[in-house]
Design a protein around this ligand. Structure first.
Ligand SMILES: Nc1ncnc2c1ncn2[C@@H]1O[C@H](COP(=O)(O)OP(=O)(O)O)[C@@H](O)[C@H]1O
Ligand SMILES: [Mg+2]
Length: 480
């Protein structure tokens, strides 16, 4: 459904108004209120004042003209034009608002006037009395403002008409002065209002800004931030609630960190125990089982050589073959459990041998590149971790990836060592790592990496192969 125009306008307004900060909003409200109130009051006062003053002006015009008419009657009757002229001059001089005055005789001819540069004839018809018993006022627009032109019949029209023009300049001046005063007051009140609003919003928004900062701090994981309580109002209550929440979070975080530390210690202990046990079994297999098997093979060989019975000799030879196979298997097993090369010759050689072994047993092409490890060895826990990580990653590639080629890249950099294991296999959906139980290989890699404060990143997509990136920081000096 299409939004109505009002809604659209409101949306547009809210995009602008909602975008500015509270301080500007409150100042805007105060300013709008003051300007609206000031404007309305000024307009209202101006209206009322105009009405009153113009009514007064009309009355004044009538009063002046009546006075003029009354005083003009005698000079007209005795035809004293000089007296009439003096009367008109006096009237104009005594009242500064009087613009002009003149007397018309019964036939409508001007017999005396106050105009210096000739009488404007069109003025005669601008106003006239309709009924000789009453006066009549007309408003004439001139280029110096409006003139209240009043005509008063003299002797009920028998001796002519007295006309007087009263300018509204003073009235306008007064109205404008009052309007100006009111507008000035509005501006002053606006300034006071804005100052008050700035102070008020500062009081109001300071704790809110403090809360925003605190929320951001909590978001960053800093639970020690406490907000100062400013007042006992809603914001004060919010502050209390926030501080309580931060305190609870800090406690929960401390508990979680404690548990995490315990878990890390436990995992470390498990991994160490596993490594020690593997080492022990591998050594046992090498030192004891392999030696026994070798002695057995030598004994069987000697037996076969001295035996005269060819049937028995064949059986002894078969047994010797089985013993040789078993010795080979024991070798492979001990190598897998814990290659002594890792301890004796170091990581590059151990990985090289493991890769060769994998290639020998599986139809896969593995590219191996190791850089920066020729001069000195890495700390032994990092060597073990990297060896196990490569071992598990290769096992996964062989078991799951259906890949033709794989590559291993290990590089020791200035303050970290990185390992990248990639394949061109089928890839997988990483979400299974979270939901499937019993798949501990990648989890184990992650644990080992995290115990060494490193980071594991897996990039994989169904059908597009898998890449494992491992970064382990070298905080301690490597063992040379
Ligand atoms: N290189 C890979 N290519 C394809 N799938 C893989 C690869 N590595 C791991 N996976 C998938 O991720 C799952 C979890 O691997 P892992 O944690 O090592 O457990 P597991 O090997 O015991 O199944 C595997 O079952 C497999 O589906
Ligand atoms: Mg696995």
């Amino acid at each position: 459904m299409k939004k109505s125009i009002t809604n659209q306008l409101f949306d547009r307004f809210w995009v602008i108004a909602g975008g500015v900060n509270i301080r500007i909003k409150i100042i805007g409200i105060v300013l709008a209120l003051v300007v609206l109130l000031g404007g309305a009051v000024t307009w209202q006062v101006r209206q009322l004042l105009s009405q009153a003053m113009y009514a007064q002006l009309t009355e004044q015009a009538v009063a002046f003209t009546r006075d003029l008419a009354a005083r003009a009657a005698d000079p007209i009757l005795i035809n004293d034009l000089y007296e009439l002229y003096t009367l008109l001059q006096d009237t104009q001089n005594n009242h500064p608002n009087v613009r002009y005055a003149f007397i018309l005789d019964n036939d409508g001819y001007v017999i005396a006037h106050t105009f210096d540069g000739g009488f404007p004839r069109e003025l005669i018809h601008a106003n006239s009395v309709t009924d000789n018993a009453y006066e009549h006022t007309a408003v004439i627009n001139t280029n110096e403002g409006q003139i209240w032109d009043t005509a008063v019949p003299i002797f009920e029209g028998r001796a002519g008409v007295a006309r007087l023009g009263l300018s509204d300049a003073q009235v306008r001046q007064t109205i404008d002065a009052v309007t100006g005063q009111l507008l000035l007051t509005t501006v002053l009140v606006s300034i006071i209002g804005i100052t008050a609003a700035v102070f008020l919003t500062w009081i109001l928004t300071y704790p809110i800004l403090d809360l925003v900062e605190a929320t951001q701090a909590v978001g960053r994981g800093d639970f020690s931030y406490r907000v100062k309580r400013w007042a006992n109002d809603e914001i004060g209550k919010l502050t209390d609630a926030f501080n309580k929440m931060a305190q609870d979070l800090a406690q929960a975080e401390a508990e979680r960190a404690g548990r995490e530390q315990m878990r890390a210690q436990y995992v470390h202990a498990v991994i160490t125990a596993q490594e020690d046990e593997r080492k022990r079994i591998a050594r046992e297999l090498h030192d004891s089982t392999s030696q026994s098997l070798t002695s057995m093979i030598i004994g069987l060989k000697a037996m076969a050589d001295t035996c005269q019975n060819s049937e028995l000799q064949r059986q002894i030879e078969d047994l010797r073959m089985i013993a040789i196979q078993t010795l080979d298997d024991v070798h492979a097993l001990s190598l897998q459990l814990r290659p002594s090369v890792l301890d004796d010759l170091g990581l590059p050689e151990a990985i090289r041998r493991h890769v060769l072994d994998c290639q020998r047993r599986n139809a896969i092409d593995i590219d191996l590149a190791i850089q920066g490890l020729d001069n000195g060895r890495l700390p032994s826990e990092i060597e073990t971790a990297l060896y196990r990580i490569v071992q598990e990653a290769l096992t996964n590639i062989i078991r799951h990836a259906e890949a033709h080629t794989a590559s291993i890249f290990i590089e020791r950099q200035a303050n970290q060592v990185i390992a990248v294991v990639e394949d061109d296999g089928i890839g997988f959906d990483q979400s299974i790592l979270q939901w499937q139980d019993g798949h501990l290989g990648i989890y184990g890699i992650k644990e080992r990496v995290e115990l060494l404060s490193g980071q594991l990143t897996i990039e994989t997509e169904s059908g597009h192969g898998t890449s494992l990136f491992v970064e382990i920081p070298l905080t301690t000096e490597p063992v040379v």
